[in-house]
Design a binder for this molecule. Structure first.
Ligand SMILES: Cc1cc2nc3c(=O)[nH]c(=O)nc-3n(C[C@H](O)[C@H](O)[C@H](O)COP(=O)(O)OP(=O)(O)OC[C@H]3O[C@@H](n4cnc5c(N)ncnc54)[C@H](O)[C@@H]3O)c2cc1C
Length: 280
């Protein structure tokens, strides 16, 4: 449980952090995934570049058409955000249930996205919200649609030498009417499964809906079969209970000593229904 020795550098701006990066360095956000991995010697960067005190990548801002969440914003800051409570409540619900208070006070949304743990909560919420990820490198900045960001087991579209600076969440009727439900691992509170739903409604009828699932397979994904089944239908206890299609979207379902493939698949359906029922 002792990491290899490493150098520690603190950046005061994104450009300074980018100028410090080389092949043997790694960005340090909240350190709540990276430091445990270093202690287990699963990861041994020679230099850590701490970006946690860069003000320009922290905080939540309401713009005309979107909400901007700085990558360095902590889970606790998101849980306490009035802007997100009003315009995208699934963010507040997910943040409030991440880990414990220590994890929430230090861990960041950008760190969680870059780490891309298959049991992390944010991927489901971000996929349901149709967010864009803003990424900076010494070459400039680029944007990646969330549907292209998570690429597999701990895999993302991030390249070496890139830093996530913010996430743009569109201001949509769906995001305003959104919810998150998860089945927690009892010790860590990671999601054994977690489901986020964002539904644009016309009265009780579903116009558009995005459903994001995490924990079930190696990467978060949209449950398009349930999205199609609900589109144009009234959202009710009966229509939700009637959703009996495949929630796995043909992905390979994970298993471990907490949940077999069969049980995890069952939980996926149950927690998708619970998230949807929160919208009623
Ligand atoms: C006890 C415990 C319980 C937890 N429970 C949960 C839970 O219930 N749900 C959940 O979702 N998570 C949980 N986590 C994980 C937690 O949310 C972490 O905070 C998160 O996964 C990583 O964020 P971080 O800011 O700590 O990143 P770090 O650990 O600092 O970094 C993680 C990785 O991301 C990279 N990185 C960090 N920031 C950026 C950036 N802006 N741009 C590019 N790369 C970056 C780092 O180089 C590293 O590779 C738990 C962690 C612990 C220790």
């Amino acid at each position: 449980m002792i990491p290899n020795s490493f150098q520690y550098k603190k950046a005061s701006s994104v450009s300074e952090a980018l100028s410090m990066m080389d092949d043997d360095s790694q960005i340090l956000g909240g350190g709540h995934s990276l430091i445990p991995a270093m202690k287990l010697r699963l990861n041994s960067p020679e230099t850590l570049i701490d970006i946690s005190k860069i003000d320009s990548i922290r905080g939540i801002k309401l713009n005309e058409k979107s909400i901007s969440i700085g990558a360095g914003t902590t889970h606790a800051e998101i849980a306490a955000s009035d802007i997100l409570a009003e315009h995208a409540p699934m963010f507040v619900q997910a943040a409030s249930e991440i880990g414990d208070i220590q994890v929430r006070n230090v861990g960041t949304i950008g760190g969680s996205m870059a780490h891309a743990d298959p049991a992390a909560d944010w991927p489901a919420v971000l996929v349901a919200s149709d967010a864009q990820v803003i990424i900076q490198s010494s070459e400039g900045s680029r944007e990646v649609d969330i549907d292209q960001f998570f690429t597999g087991f701990y895999g993302t579209a991030l390249q070496r030498g890139e830093i996530i600076t913010s996430i743009r969440v569109p201001l949509t009727a769906g995001n305003r009417h959104s919810a998150y439900a998860k089945f927690k691992q009892p010790a860590s509170r990671f999601a054994i499964v977690g489901c986020a739903v964002a539904a644009d409604m016309d009265g009780t009828t579903v116009n558009e809906i995005r459903i994001g699932m995490t924990g079930l397979s190696e990467s978060a994904f949209r449950v398009t079969s349930a999205e199609s089944a609900l589109k144009g239908q009234a959202l009710s206890e009966a229509s939700i209970n009637g959703l009996d299609g495949d929630v796995t979207e043909g992905t390979s379902v994970m298993y471990d000593h907490y949940a077999s493939v069969k049980y995890r698949t069952h939980l996926g359906r149950v927690f998708m229904k619970r998230a949807l029922k929160k919208l009623l």
